[in-house]
Write a protein that binds this ligand. Structure first.
Ligand code: THU
Length: 131
């Protein structure tokens, strides 16, 4: 199995673990560090809806809280015919921790894929260089 196929499997597996009693819209993520470690993310909702955390940010916060700072790839999976597009908040978190050229793979049902980069998702991004 290629590394990328493994990352996709990790993101798709997260769809089964997502805590989505309100939206019934599971999202999965697989965040890969530059030294090849993987962190799985899934969305976690709350009865107070606005507290819900997206799959991508779950993966970043797991990794960053373990001391990781350097990432090489992100896979995002949706249980949808076409790949889902990450929300604006998650794009800004990607901008914080990833190089603009970092690849992001979006995956839908039946393996439908779209390849993009962090900068492709968030052009003209606000970063520490603006401070
Ligand atoms: N969601 C994610 O997990 N990632 C995204 O990029 C888009 C939205 C979640 C949030 C909420 O639990 C559900 O999808 C519906 O919005």
């Amino acid at each position: 199995m290629t590394a990328k196929k493994e990352w996709i499997d990790v993101a798709v597996d997260a769809l089964n673990k997502a805590y989505v009693p309100y939206s019934h819209f599971p999202v999965g993520a697989c965040l890969v560090t530059k030294d090849g470690k993987i962190y799985q993310g899934l969305n976690i909702e709350n009865a107070s809806y606005g507290l819900s955390n997206c799959a991508e940010r779950t993966a970043f916060f797991k990794a960053v809280s373990e001391g990781e700072r350097e990432f090489s790839h992100l896979v995002i999976a949706g249980h949808t015919p076409q790949p889902i597009s990450p929300c604006g908040a998650c794009r800004q978190v990607m901008a914080e921790f990833c190089e603009p050229s970092m690849p992001v793979t979006l995956v839908g049902d039946n393996g439908v894929q779209k390849e993009i980069t962090v900068e492709g998702l968030l052009p003209y991004m606000f970063t520490d260089k603006d401070l």
